[in-house]
Design a protein. Structure first.
Length: 85
């Protein structure tokens, strides 16, 4: 019998982990949400993406509005645990 592509690791009762093996997938249907709680992180290959510094006021190539929008995006990515704070 072959191992399914989505499974609970052996010996885990109660289930605090699920494994999605190569070829497996997670499908979030219409209206579904993946909710990362405060302090939760998203990792790629076991590592969270490195921190990215906000654009400072001294960087003249961007307008104040552009800096604000960019920094808001960074804040959202940090808040979702996608990049490190």
């Amino acid at each position: 019998m072959t191992q399914p592509k989505v499974y609970k690791p052996a010996g885990q009762d109660g289930g605090d982990e699920i494994v999605v093996a190569s070829g497996g997938k997670i499908t979030v249907e219409s209206g579904g949400i993946i909710n990362v709680k405060t302090g939760g992180i998203i990792k790629a290959n076991g590592t969270q993406a490195a921190a990215i510094a906000d654009i400072s006021e001294t960087e003249a190539v961007f307008s104040a509005a552009e800096r604000g929008k960019f920094n808001d995006i960074l804040a959202a990515l940090r808040g979702a645990g996608i990049i490190a704070a």
